[in-house]
Ligand binder design. Structure first.
Ligand code: PEP
Ligand code: MG
Length: 753
């Protein structure tokens, strides 16, 4: 920005302030404002269009166009240059506007004599609520500084538009259908579970009353103070006992770094220099970022921007003295929060005991708030389109996290169904708790090892609650994904030691870093791949970057400190890869001994997720202590079906002759070689599928913690021999799915599913 521009825009802002504070109707003030802008920008025309119901932009005020066009000229979003600015929520500056393909000539305005045009969107709450335009007769090239000035002015106007004095506020909120009818919204599951409660809208808009500042120095000071307050609040949060460790702490530490981000703070500082108050400057940078965010497709970047947004909201609260969160006193005891998006820290503004769910318009499973919500056991549905437009505060709501759906103002029938489901869940949970200390043994005396999958330190507490025999799969990548840089050996050692300590003697199978595919590491994703699931992922990465693998192995060996340690390599496609990985492990064992560390008792295993490896069982089995089938990836590769694509998610059934024949083949090979085999994909956690796996000869299952109870119940009600014999017959059938037959078998034989 040129040094001259702040003073130009500050002068303009000071005048605008006088006009806004002066008398007259909102429309009269708007008319004076466009006159001021035209004079200040040396433009022959300045016009302001306001968004009306039905996505129509209506001319509300103009200096320079024919006055008769006011309230008559209307453009749909996307129509003409003004509509284009609104559609893309971005400025447009054209020296020769009429030759632009989107130029739409409106004779009533008399604009044919103006050649150049520059316009900016008027944005409020992330939505375009109008467009501000200047035009000149000459072919004028508008500078970046001039565009910046217009954006600043547009921000001031946004407040006028949002005040409800020009058009009723209701018109500014797009309403879809009758707001009082029951509605089912679809989204994606970010955390499972069912919640029944009352809608609470997170972050009702903070109204900024003071936009134009007297003295920028004072505003810089206010900003500094607000930032210091926020850092103090973070420190207070860190001192809470539940925040002592865990990945959610990492998440918030990353967040704290944003409070020192030079680029972002610099932009706010610049906005203050143009004459805005600190809160208006934060809002401006915040709105710019939101508008830009809609153009960004990279999920990681979008998530980081959410964190900034959280911070901006928090700053606005501090600066304006208002609270965005519903205050604790008002929060209903069964609150279901609705938010466009949420930063990780914002969730802590609410009493977790009163939260029954979180619904967001955006979000992805790896987003930070989802990780925190999982730790707090709150159901979350994300990507719930337009949820905020459809919900009203205090609406009754049912959130079904398991199926990624939300019911607004549900009928009594729906509520009853979910009340029953919730009740049943609680009852079942109580029954499963009773099973906790009973063995997972079938009615015909076959002992099953029932293990649990984990990925966060917080999961470890479930190990003892659900009574699993150990952790059959510890996904080590989650903490890597929550951080902003690769954790070093010390950080990893500390984490792994806590995990082993908390397992209190039960086995923990650590899987080495399994990133790539859909698990993106923010700091480390050099290539765009057409087929990431088939790309540079998992062990392919860690063999190509042996230092990363070695650091992780070193940390694991140190953390075990002479205790038993189980290590498993993911996505191994050929025995040679396992040999290579084993070599790195041997180097680290030698290194540990040479540096005086205790020699761990190591068990080495491989995941079987790529079908090719199954054709090398004879050379593989002598090299490993155990094998674990990752049925999620295995199904993906066996059927050539993208596991993340909902369109084909149900196309093939894992309970098919192909998949089960494969399972049985691998089980017989492992059995003959005396190598323990487990299944650790989602399939193992579903009772019917688990029954089929036992019939295939698999004796170890590793499932998510909520699945331990249901699977153990099934195991204790099952006799394996008859279903094994039945499977011999089933696998010869040409059927695409054996599900119905297996379910009927279970019913006939009193197997509890
Ligand atoms: C699997 O692929 O089945 C598995 C357990 O690994 P992940 O789901 O982490 O890829
Ligand atoms: Mg996998």
């Amino acid at each position: 920005m040129s040094p001259a521009s702040p003073s130009v825009s500050r002068r303009l802002l000071a005048r605008l302030r006088d006009v806004m504070a002066g008398g007259g109707s909102a429309e009269e003030r708007l008319s004076r404002v466009v006159g001021l802008i035209a004079a200040d920008m040396v433009a022959e025309v300045c016009s302001c269009y306001v968004m009306r119901a039905g996505e129509v932009l209506e001319l509300f005020a103009t200096e320079g166009l024919k006055k008769g066009a006011i309230h008559n000229t209307r453009l749909r979003v996307g129509e003409g240059l003004v509509g284009d600015i609104a559609a893309h929520a971005r400025p447009l500056a054209l020296a020769d506007a009429q030759s632009h393909p989107n130029f739409a000539y409106r004779p009533e305005t008399g604009e044919e004599i103006f050649h150049s045009l520059m316009g900016v969107p008027i944005i409020r709450g992330g939505r375009v609520v109008g467009v501000l335009v200047v035009q000149n007769r000459t072919m004028r090239h508008y500078t970046d500084e001039e565009i910046e000035t217009m954006e600043t002015v547009a921000m001031v106007l946004a407040e006028l538009v949002a005040s409800g004095e020009l058009v009723s506020r209701d018109e500014l909120v797009p309403v879809d259908g009758n707001a009082l009818l029951p509605l089912r919204l679809e989204g994606i599951r970010l955390n499972g579970g069912v919640g029944i409660g009352t809608a609470v809208l997170h972050n009702p808009r903070i109204v900024i009353r003071r936009l134009v500042a007297e003295d920028p120095d004072i505003e810089h000071e206010r900003l500094k103070k607000a930032l210091a307050d926020i850092k103090q609040a973070l420190d207070d949060l860190f001192s809470r006992p539940e925040m002592r460790d865990g990945e959610h702490r990492d998440v918030l530490e990353t967040y704290r770094m944003f409070t020192e981000d030079k680029g972002w703070l610099g932009k706010i500082g610049e906005a203050i220099n143009t004459g805005l108050t600190a809160e208006a400057a934060v809002q401006k940078v915040h709105e710019d970022m939101r508008a830009r965010m809609s153009q960004i497709s990279d999920p990681y970047l979008r998530e980081r921007l959410h964190d900034f947004e959280d911070l901006a909201n928090r700053l606005l609260q501090h600066l304006s003295g208002e609270s965005g969160a519903a205050s604790k006193g008002e929060l209903p005891a069964d609150a279901i929060l609705f938010a466009r998006s949420m930063g990780p820290m914002e969730l802590f503004d609410y009493d977790p005991k009163r939260l029954r769910g979180l619904v967001m318009e955006e979000g992805s499973p790896t987003m930070h708030v989802a990780i925190v919500a999982r730790a707090l056991d709150i159901p979350v549905v994300g990507r719930c389109k337009d949820a905020l437009d459809k919900v009203e505060p205090l609406d009754p709501v049912v959130i079904d996290g398991d199926n990624g759906q939300v019911f607004l103002r549900p009928s009594d029938d729906i509520r009853d169904i979910f009340f029953d489901a919730l009740h049943l869940r609680q009852q079942r949970a109580a029954n499963y708790a009773k099973l906790k200390d009973l063995p997972a043994i079938t009615s015909d005396g076959i002992a099953v090892r029932l293990m649990m999958n984990a990925g966060l330190l917080l999961d470890m507490q479930h190990l003892h609650e659900c009574g699993a025999d150990g952790i059959g799969l510890y996904r080590t990548e989650l903490p890597f994904m929550a951080r902003s840089s690769l954790p070093d050996v010390v950080a990893q050692t500390t984490l792994y030691r806590k995990i082993i300590d908390q397992a209190a003697g039960r086995q923990v199978v650590f899987r080495t870093l399994d990133v790539g595919g859909d698990k993106v590491l923010p700091y480390w994703n050099p290539y765009e791949e057409d087929n990431p699931a088939l790309g540079w992922r998992s062990i392919r990465i860690t063999l190509d970057r042996p230092a990363v693998m070695r650091q992780q192995l070193r940390a694991l060996i140190r953390a075990a400190d002479g205790r038993e340690l189980s290590i498993m390599f993911p996505m191994v496609a050929e025995v040679a890869e396992l040999v290579q990985a084993r070599r790195l492990l041997d180097m680290e064992i030698a290194h540990a001994i040479a540096s005086g560390h205790a020699e761990p008792r190591i068990k080495v295993g491989t995941m079987l997720e790529v079908p090719a490896l199954a054709f090398q069982m004879d050379s593989l089995l002598p090299l490993v202590d155990f094998v674990s089938i990752g049925s999620n990836d295995m199904a993906q590769f066996l059927f050539a079906i993208d596991r993340g694509n909902p369109r084909i998610a149900d196309r093939y059934d894992p309970l098919s002759p192909a998949m089960l024949t494969f399972m049985r083949y691998v089980a017989s090979k492992c059995d003959a070689a005396g190598v323990p085999l487990s299944v650790c994909g989602e399939m193992a956690g579903r009772p019917l599928e688990a029954m089929a796996l036992l019939a295939c000869g698999i004796r170890t299952l590793s499932v998510s913690s909520p699945a331990v109870g249901p699977v153990k119940t099934m195991i204790r009600s099952l006799a394996v021999a008859p279903v094994r014999a039945y499977l011999d017959h089933l696998l010869k059938l040409p059927d695409r799915s054996l599900r119905d037959r297996l379910r009927a078998f279970a019913l006939d034989h009193d197997v509890i599913l």
